[in-house]
Design a protein around this ligand. Structure first.
Ligand SMILES: [Zn+2]
Ligand SMILES: [Zn+2]
Length: 327
């Protein structure tokens, strides 16, 4: 099968013909139809996340059809459409798994990182970590829901119930979260790279009540702020933007170092926290909500063979919404 393969970090993906995977017990073999490109893929390709499986098929926002089932598969049948997210396997017995926090599992394995992912014609996945995709979404539209949507939503949920929500970095995750927030009657304040008028227009088009540069202050104090851009300097900026008791949530898996900042901007019970990975419950809840809220994803499609171009566009910020590889 055709695959785009990471053979070593900090090198472009290589187009290769590799052996098709076979479904083992509990696994489904999936013909990939669409795979969105996540910033985490960039962090893996760029060597910012340590020790990926090598060679590796990246990609963890997979939508495809089941074409074969391994022994014991009972959740899906041949022909079913499924989505495969970042969380690929958990142990089920560690203290985190045992307490409803499988996203923090000590032995978790992740799709497109320790497990081959969706930048290929075929992939296998453990059926327990695959999800039915609501009929409201076609394959391309659904792909960004599997990580940008899911982890974006988990990030948003950690922000509490406040009305005024800041979002730093208006990419794939933000463009979905903004729609959920609006559906829930919240008000979104979007912070982009200074001077990025196109991104600010995009944010306003998705319902943001204000959009400006990350070097600006919002017109009113925020209840919470979400940071999706991998830029540590945004942490003190966001802490300054939230009011007493407000929460700042970092939604990314990697961030540049956070500069030191005065305690005064954290004091008064502001909370700074991160979000890591997802649980299967997050996925079930979010996919149902996405359909109910009528989320419309903005996508730019690329053939599988042009995965490197998709990554380059994401890296340069030359992208509105999400990049999606189509097969
Ligand atoms: Zn575990
Ligand atoms: Zn991701």
């Amino acid at each position: 099968m055709h695959a785009q393969l990471l053979t070593r970090a900090q090198a472009p993906l290589a187009a290769r013909e590799i052996a098709a995977p076979r479904p083992e017990t509990g696994q489904v073999l999936i013909a990939v139809k669409a795979c969105a490109v996540c910033r985490t893929d960039l962090h893996i390709v760029d060597g910012e996340l340590a020790r990926p499986k090598l060679p590796l098929v990246p990609g963890h926002e997979i939508v495809g059809r089941v074409v074969e089932t391994g022994a014991g598969v009972d959740r899906f049948q041949i022909g079913d459409r499924v989505g495969v997210p970042w969380l690929g396997w958990t142990c089920g017995v560690c203290e985190y798994c045992a307490s409803g926090r499988e996203n923090l599992c000590d032995r978790a394995r992740f799709t497109g990182y320790q497990i081959d992912g969706g930048y290929a014609e075929l992939t296998v996945a453990d059926q327990r970590y695959c999800f039915a995709i609501p009929v409201d979404f076609d394959d391309v539209a659904a792909a960004p829901l599997l990580c940008a949507g899911l982890i974006g939503h988990r990030t948003f949920r950690m922000a509490g119930e406040g009305e005024r929500i800041g979002i730093y970095g208006f990419g794939a995750a933000a463009h979905i979260v903004a729609q959920i927030a609006r559906y829930e009657g919240r008000r979104i304040f979007a912070f982009t790279s200074p001077g990025d008028a196109a991104a600010q227009d995009f944010a306003r088009g998705l319902g943001a009540v204000w959009a400006g540069g990350s070097d600006e202050m919002a017109p009113e104090p925020l209840d919470a702020a979400l940071i999706f851009a991998p830029v540590g300097a945004l942490v003190p900026a966001a802490l300054k933007a939230v009011k007493k008791g407000g929460t700042v949530v970092c939604g990314g898996i990697h961030m540049s170092d956070i500069p030191s900042f005065p305690y005064a901007i954290l004091w008064e019970e502001r909370v700074l926290r991160s979000v890591a990975n997802l649980t299967r419950r997050d996925a079930e809840e979010f996919l149902a909500l996405a359909a109910k809220a009528g989320i419309a994803t903005t996508t730019r499609t690329y053939p599988l063979a042009e995965a490197n171009r998709a990554l380059a566009d994401l890296r340069s910020g030359n992208l509105e919404g999400a990049a999606v590889l189509v097969l």
